[in-house]
Design a protein around this ligand. Structure first.
Ligand code: FE2
Ligand code: FE2
Length: 472
C-alpha cells in the first residue's frame, strides 16, 4: 500500500482511488528501477541534503532536508490553473483548453508524453556511476538533486499516462521502466540519451546543453491545449532551471580553474601537465553535446511538427511573444541542402516549427557561452569558446547526410575521418579525464584539482557543509 500522504501532490491523490490504485501498482517497480539503475553505491548508507517539491507556491515550493535517496518523496504537481484559459495558437485558437484528451489527438499526445517521459529516467541511468568520481560533496549533492528531480519528472509524465490515457497509458508507464539507456535491445528513444556519461565534464555539458533541450521541449509543451500537460510541464520548468545552473556553473568553475592553472604553467604551458582540463578539450565537449542536443529538436522540415502546431498540441517557446499565432501564411527562411549544395529557401513556417524552436535553443546556449567567455576575458586570455555551426556533427535532419567542420564548411568523408578528433572528444581525451577523476573527493570543503569551488553553498550552507553524509 502506498499512502497518498507519502507522495506530496496537489492533484487530490487521496480522493482519486483509480489513480491511487494505478500508482500502487507502478511505484514498487519504480523503486526497484531506482535501486538497479539509479546512483550506484549511494542507496542505503548515505543521506543527501536535497530539496523536495512540496507545493507550487513560488514563495516556498521546496523543502530542504537530508534523505536517503530511495526514500525521496517523489511528488506530483501541476502549476496553478489559469482562469478561463484559451488555446493560444494553431487551428483551434481561442477555444477553451482541453481537460481531457480528444480522441483524434490521442496517439499524437501519447507519443509526445512518452518521448518526454523517456528522457527523464534515461539521464539518471546515464549518470549512475558518476558519484564514484565526484569532485566534491557539493557536486555530488547537485548530481543527486538533478537525478531525483529527473525521477520526479518521470512521475509527472506517468501521472499523465495513468490519468488520461487509460490502458495504453498504463502499458506505456511500464515500458518507461523497461527501456534502458545504451541497451542494445531496448534502448531509450532518443540518441543523446543512449550516450554514456562517465566523467564530470560530460555531466556538466549534458546538464548545460541537453537539459536545455529539455527546457525547449517543456516550454513548447507548456503552451499545449491539453491543460494538464501544460500545467505539469510549467511546474517542471521550475526544477529544470537548477539543472542548467549545475551545468553552466560546473563548466564555469572548470574554466576558472583552467585559467588559474594556465597562469601557473606559464601562458603557453600545457595545463594537462598539472592536472587541469585544457581549453581545446572543453571546446570538443561543447561541440559534442551541443550537436547531439540540436538533433533532439528533430528534422528541419517536419509535417509532424506542423501538425502538432496546427492541432494545438505543441507551441513555440514563449508563444505569447509572437504576433501571429495562427501561422497559416508566414514563411521561414531555411538554409537547405539540395544536391550537395547549400541554399536558402522560404518554406511555410508551420513545417519549420522544429527549426523555430532550435533557433530559441541556439540563442539560449549562446548566452551561456558568452558568460563563460567573460571568465577568459577577466583572466586576460585571448582564447574564446564558441558554439559550432548547427550543421556540424548532425545525426538527424538534412545535414546528417554530409560532414561539416565547426565553421559549417562541407568536408569530404576522408577529411572528416582525418580531423574528427580535433573537434570531438577522442578516446585519449576521455582516458585523460578519467585519470584525473579516478579518486573521488568526499571530504567536506575539498575540491578536485581541476575545478574551482562554487561562489556559494546550497541554501545558505557553507562550502564545507557535509552535503552528503554517511549514516552515524
Ligand atoms: Fe527532466
Ligand atoms: Fe533536467
Amino acid at each position: 500500500m502506498i499512502s497518498a500522504e507519502r507522495i506530496p501532490n496537489n492533484v487530490g491523490l487521496s480522493s482519486n482511488k483509480r489513480l491511487q490504485r494505478a500508482l500502487e501498482h507502478w511505484q514498487p517497480k519504480y523503486i526497484q528501477w531506482w535501486r538497479d539503475m539509479g546512483p550506484q553505491g549511494f542507496q542505503d548508507y548515505h543521506q543527501v541534503y536535497v530539496r523536495t517539491a512540496v507545493s507550487v507556491d513560488p514563495a516556498g515550493w521546496a523543502h530542504f532536508e537530508y534523505v536517503k535517496l530511495p526514500e525521496y518523496r517523489w511528488g506530483i504537481f501541476l502549476a496553478d490553473p489559469v482562469h478561463d484559459r484559451r488555446i493560444g495558437f494553431g487551428d483551434f485558437m481561442g477555444q477553451p483548453v482541453w481537460h481531457e484528451v480528444p480522441g483524434e489527438f490521442r496517439n499524437q499526445l501519447r507519443r509526445l508524453v512518452v518521448t518526454q517521459g523517456d528522457t527523464e529516467p534515461a539521464s539518471v541511468e546515464q549518470q549512475r556511476w558518476l558519484g564514484q568520481r565526484c569532485p566534491s560533496l557539493y557536486d555530488l549533492r547537485n548530481l543527486f538533486q538533478v537525478n531525483v528531480e529527473e525521477g520526479r519528472h518521470l512521475w509527472a509524465m506517468v501521472y499523465l499516462l495513468h490519468s488520461y490515457f487509460g490502458r495504453d497509458g498504463r502499458d506505456e508507464a511500464e515500458e518507461l521502466l523497461e527501456r534502458q539507456s545504451g541497451n542494445r535491445d531496448k534502448p531509450r528513444i532518443l540518441d543523446a540519451f543512449n550516450e554514456p556519461i562517465d566523467n564530470w565534464l560530460d555531466f556538466f555539458m549534458f546538464t548545460m546543453f541537453t537539459d536545455r533541450d529539455g527546457k525547449s521541449q517543456l516550454l513548447s509543451l507548456s503552451e499545449s491545449s491539453l491543460d494538464p500537460l501544460s500545467r505539469t510541464t510549467r511546474f517542471m520548468l521550475t526544477e529544470e532551471a537548477h539543472h542548467m545552473f549545475v551545468g553552466e556553473t560546473g563548466v564555469a568553475r572548470i574554466l576558472e580553474r583552467t585559467c588559474q592553472l594556465m597562469k601557473q604553467a606559464g601562458f603557453s604551458g600545457d595545463v594537462r601537465k598539472i592536472g587541469g582540463i585544457d581549453i581545446p578539450t572543453l571546446q570538443k565537449f561543447i561541440n559534442l553535446w551541443f550537436s547531439l542536443s540540436l538533433d533532439l529538436h528533430g528534422n528541419e522540415v517536419s509535417t509532424n511538427a506542423a501538425s502538432y502546431f496546427a492541432n494545438g498540441l505543441k507551441g513555440r517557446a514563449y508563444e505569447e511573444k509572437w504576433d501571429d499565432h495562427a501561422v497559416t501564411e508566414a514563411l521561414y527562411e531555411l538554409e537547405m541542402l539540395r544536391d550537395g549544395r547549400l541554399e536558402k529557401n522560404r518554406i511555410p513556417m508551420r513545417t519549420a516549427m522544429n527549426e523555430v524552436l532550435r533557433d530559441w535553443y541556439v540563442g539560449d546556449c549562446q548566452n551561456g557561452v558568452t558568460r563563460w567567455n567573460r571568465i577568459l576575458e577577466r583572466h586576460g586570455f585571448s582564447d574564446r569558446l564558441r558554439l559550432p555551426d548547427r550543421k556540424f556533427n548532425r545525426g538527424i535532419g538534412m545535414f546528417s547526410s554530409l560532414h561539416f567542420d565547426p565553421e559549417g564548411h562541407p568536408l569530404t568523408d576522408a577529411d572528416w575521418e582525418r580531423r574528427r578528433n580535433e573537434w570531438l572528444p577522442s578516446p585519449l581525451d576521455r582516458e585523460y579525464l578519467l585519470s584525473i577523476m579516478a579518486e573521488p573527493v568526499y571530504e567536506p570543503g575539498k575540491f578536485a584539482n581541476y575545478i574551482a569551488p562554487p561562489q556559494r553553498g546550497i541554501k545558505g550552507a557553507p562550502l564545507n557543509f557535509e552535503y552528503v553524509r554517511t549514516e552515524a
